[in-house]
Design a protein around this ligand. Sequence first.
Ligand SMILES: Cc1ncc(COP(=O)(O)O)c(C=O)c1O
Length: 413
Amino acid sequence: MTAFDVASCRAQFPALSIADGGRPRVYFDNPAGTQVPRQVIDRTVECLTTKNANLGGYFTTTVEAGKLVDLAHQACADFYNAASASEIVFGQNMTTLTLHMSRCLGKRFRPGDEIVLSRMDHDANVAPWLLLAEDLGLVVRWMDFDTETYEFPDDALTRVLSDRTRLLAMGMASNCTGTVSDVKRLAAEARAAGALVYLDGVQYAPHYAIDVQDLGADFVVSSAYKWFGPHQGILWGREAVLKETYGYKVRPAGEELPSKFETGTLSHEGMAGTLGAIEYLEQFGQGDTRAKRIASAWGRLAEYEHRITLRLIEGLKGFKGLTIRGIASANAMHRRVPTVSFTLEGHHPQALAKGFARDNIFVWSGHNYAVEPVARMGLMDKGGVLRVGLAHYNTEAEVDALLSSLTRQIRSA
Ligand SMILES: Cc1ncc(COP(=O)(O)O)c(C=O)c1O
């Protein structure tokens, strides 16, 4: 396969060529939301222009909307390599889907049951379960990570798993440290103990292929706006588990999957845009099915991402007093996503973020809802971290621009 051509990729994103007062925009805010390619915009406009109706009627627009909704479910099934489109549940975003699904799964749990949560996770995969635990009297056990290696020790789950464990909720990749966790191994361990496994794929999905048939979890959730689509959450659930799980819903809604968990009228335009994002991604891959093309696309994009991430990390290592809060060794780029958080002695993360903004470089600072990891690293009252989040449409020149901006900020402080 030919090497990934970042210039022709960038040409597909109208937002990437926008400049402000002659200064190009550098989008390193990707973990909080990516820009969208033309295909997403076109699909969204097409939906709102030609298929704008509710579902289940006999006239043209309702029939067209129904076809679109089916196409979007199938596209997401391919995205996750799910066995069936009926395993795909659309919702507003990952947080709302998780709050909803945690209520539904709560019907299966009893007081005294245990759930395992992770100190590495975004609060969207922590707070819903803490609230459920409070309501039902569940016991919460924490899987802790090593603050030197930014990874879970091999026995992290074994230490907290018991015959009362009903659920493991954890992330596939951290939105703070960038660590990719070995969720396949951990899911197998949890399921062998009789627990359900609920994985937050929000930060993993924009960088690597997800194969739910291989992973062995029960749920995987991600958000299309983190992988070049619109604001839209997408949950995959194992069919057998979805079928036996209680669905909180209105009375006219049926028991069929996936509509049992898709409450109210969905964002058809969001689903159309999501379909567009998957069509965009698929162009970078090869194979005789869309699932194969998507998996191969991620492999190709990841190779490029590893290169620019390493350039960023090696560049950051040159600054005195700077600590990368994540995996930084050159041969370990595959164990992380290109989300690089750091702290710099004598510089508040917020001040740095403002400095980058002055150079039209978009980054985030603070805890970014990664409450547990930032607290665990002792950074909560220090302003958290400065987070630089790359995506495959970023360039080496943009990385260099960030490093130069940091040099200037340090000099002028
Ligand atoms: C790892 C992770 N999980 C969950 C979320 C929440 O996603 P959403 O905005 O779709 O609710 C985010 C958002 O940044 C995230 O980074």
